[in-house]
Design a protein around this ligand. Structure first.
Ligand code: F6R
Length: 243
């Protein structure tokens, strides 16, 4: 695991964006694995600015997001599809047909949604760079503690802690979905490279466990210790509990 500690969240966003640009310069048709949430927002904004200034193109890129809530459509502002459209896809030259999120629509068989998504990832040639955030409980994607380290893309019930932490995005608590589809830990491990971003004091314990703790399903991000090309970009606050 490569650990890069930077001064603040702006520096993490700048470095994350630089790495995505570098990949797209080398490989215009790169397959990107993407995350939502608060952490990567500043990086996406930088990439949009880079695109506007002609420093990067997504015209041939293909994307697969980590996860999506079950029951929220693309036009629901809380869905991850809406987030991705708003923050990146609608503001760059990426082809919408090349962007993918795992969706379990009404009438879909929940058991087949995961395998179908994974087949699409394989058909695209596999993920070149998977962007990740980390939950305070060490989750990656929506792989909550106790998720099997060999898990694949599947429907998952969210823990109370994650529901609480994400409740800030929902005005009406009754509308917050309790089920999501997420790439599994084994799915994430298959990406050629992973880039995990973490900022702020609230992530310090999860970052410490991920880097210094024993590999354990209780802290799912520890699985990245076994990845050959995992890079962790953190700011001083998120690094504050490292030895
Ligand atoms: C989002 C995702 C989650 C988040 C994590 C951190 O697609 O997969 O694992 O990365 O919950 O979220 P923030 O960045 O909001 O703290």
């Amino acid at each position: 695991m490569d650990i890069v500690i930077l001064r603040d969240s702006a520096a993490v966003a700048a470095e994350g964006a630089r790495r995505v640009r570098t990949l797209l310069h080398k490989k215009r048709d790169a397959v990107l694995g993407l995350a939502t949430g608060g952490t990567p927002l500043a990086m996406y904004r930088r990439l949009v600015a880079d695109y506007e200034q002609g420093r990067v193109s997504f015209a041939k890129a293909i994307t697969f997001n980590l996860d999506e809530y079950v029951g929220l459509g693309a036009d629901d502002p809380q869905s991850y599809r809406y987030y991705m459209n708003r923050e990146l896809f609608d503001k760059t030259d990426i082809l919408h047909s090349n962007t993918h999120l795992p969706v379990c629509a009404d009438g879909d068989d929940p058991d087949s949604v995961g395998p179908v998504y994974e087949a699409a990832i394989r058909a695209a040639g596999g993920i070149d760079l998977q962007i990740l955030g980390i939950g305070r409980n060490g989750h990656i994607g929506f792989n909550e503690p106790t998720s099997s380290l060999r898990s694949r893309t599947r429907v998952k019930t969210l823990t109370r802690e994650t529901l609480e932490s994400n409740s800030r995005y929902f005005d009406d608590p009754a509308r917050q979905p309790k089920i999501a589809i997420t790439m599994g830990i084994a799915t994430i491990q298959e990406a050629a490279a992973v880039l995990l971003l973490a900022t702020g004091e609230a992530k310090a314990e999860a970052v410490q466990q991920m880097i210094e703790g024993p590999v354990s399903a209780m802290w799912p991000a520890t699985a990245l210790q076994l990845h050959e090309k995992a890079t962790v970009l953190i700011d001083d606050a998120a690094a504050s509990r490292l030895q």
